[in-house]
Design a binder for this molecule. Structure first.
Ligand SMILES: [Zn+2]
Length: 419
């Protein structure tokens, strides 16, 4: 108990702050921060209001940087019935992000490994179905196929839509991992969990899909000018968008990915506002990351801040755990900076490990690296493996290392800019 007295109050305040922001961003009113009900835009407004409450200035006239892109969405009905059983979206089935919708009762034919193995029989069956219209959909099931060929079969099943122009269902035990698409397939493509469909049963679809052209997304940007005449600049980035809604009743909260990183970004902003740094600090909450790193791409092509003046960029994506430490993407590109991070961590005994990883195009730091801006992408590691699924919720986050990571990054930014 006595030890607790020596712990600074900000210590707990940071954790509370990270929790508050993440919980808000994950709530249903933000619709999974995607493109249904303008969820991403609601999140953008929320972040801008947080910047304003903290007293942070925009770089330009306001906090926003707009850009447009196409996106496929599922705003309404999302019903799949096998026989007379109504399946649960995100649990029993997952619609491909590029899928069109539709409203029809289908009479599918089963295509399994046994059939595909017997090539003449397979070709005959397919021809027969396509020509005589004996069936109007396909259910692919490769559960008995050799493990090393399953991937190819899955790819084949999706490509098959181009040929058949008929709905395709894929029975798969793989974890459901959703994403965002800017294109539309010729017919619905839907993943089913094993046991949700029996051969001979009909499949009823009632799915509302809408392709949005030139949808407007917004990066949210603010900065704190350094004390004195420091020319150094550190940038913190995190994408706030996620996958949105898969139908009106199901949404992907994106707790770890990346409400947690957005929260960390705002925690860092609060820290530096309360402890004015000698260097300039920029905070960028990116939109459109899940749609293909679109917000960061747009920013690097239309920078609101001279990219050459950025000394280092730290991208925070998936910050909700940390029991097993963190990983640094680009560690092998910036060995000196990585060594500094290791040194601080060892000295202060913050995290169990800081793992090194090479460059990867897996988050918003990517375009900055391409433009020659020194950058790290930091993600936490821990037992929480929920990713791009309906289980990536606020309650499933441990926030094990929020305070240690904040301290680590503050020391890192200070040391980097003090040379
Ligand atoms: Zn993601």
């Amino acid at each position: 108990m006595i030890l607790l007295l020596f712990v600074p109050l900000t210590f707990f305040a940071q954790l509370e702050e990270a929790r508050r922001i993440t919980q808000r961003l994950c709530s249903p009113e933000f619709h999974g921060r995607g493109y249904v009900n303008q969820g991403d835009s609601i999140a953008a407004e929320f972040i801008a209001a947080e910047f304003q409450n903290l007293g942070l200035d925009p770089i330009k006239g306001n906090y926003f940087q707009s850009f447009t892109h196409n996106v496929n969405t599922f705003p309404g009905k999302m019903e799949v019935k096998t026989g007379d059983r109504l399946l649960q979206p995100g649990i029993d089935f997952l619609i491909d992000p590029s899928s069109p919708g539709g409203n029809k009762i289908l009479n599918p034919i089963l295509v399994n490994y046994e059939l595909i193995k017997n090539e003449p029989q397979f070709i005959w069956t397919i021809k027969h179905v396509l020509k005589d219209k004996t069936h109007d959909a396909f259910v692919f099931d490769f559960s008995s196929a050799p493990k090393d060929s399953v991937k190819d079969f899955i790819k084949f099943s999706r490509d098959f839509i181009t040929v058949s122009k008929m709905p395709v269902f894929l029975v798969t035990e793989d974890k459901f991992t959703w994403s965002v698409s800017d294109e539309v397939l010729l017919a619905p493509y839907i993943l089913l969990k094993p046991g949700t469909w029996n051969e001979g049963e009909s499949i009823t679809l009632d799915i509302n899909q809408q392709f949005k052209v030139n949808y407007t997304s917004r990066n949210v940007i603010s900065m704190i000018k350094g004390k004195g005449c420091s020319k150094k600049t550190i940038v913190f980035t995190a994408h706030y968008d996620h996958l949105g809604r898969m139908g009106s009743d199901t949404y992907f909260p994106g707790g770890n990915d990346n409400a947690s990183g957005t929260a960390m970004l705002l925690v860092m902003a609060k820290y530096f506002k309360e402890h004015p740094p000698k260097f300039n600090v920029l905070f960028i909450a990116f939109a459109g990351e899940e749609a293909g790193l679109l917000g960061s791409k747009y920013f690097t092509e239309n920078p609101q801040y001279n990219l050459k003046k950025i000394d280092f960029l730290i991208n925070l994506d998936i910050m909700g755990s940390g029991e097993e430490g963190i990983t640094i993407v680009n560690a092998t590109l910036f060995e000196k900076e990585f060594a500094l991070l290791q040194e601080i961590n060892k000295e202060k005994d913050y995290l169990t490990q800081i793992k090194s990883r090479g460059p990867a195009a897996n988050s918003d730091h990517y375009w900055f690296t391409q433009m020659g801006v020194p950058a790290f992408f930091i993600y936490t590691m821990g037992p929480n493996k929920n990713y791009h699924d309906v289980f990536d919720t606020y309650v499933n986050l441990s926030f094990a290392e929020v305070m240690d990571i904040t301290d680590l990054l503050v020391h890192f930014a200070e040391k980097l800019t003090s040379k």
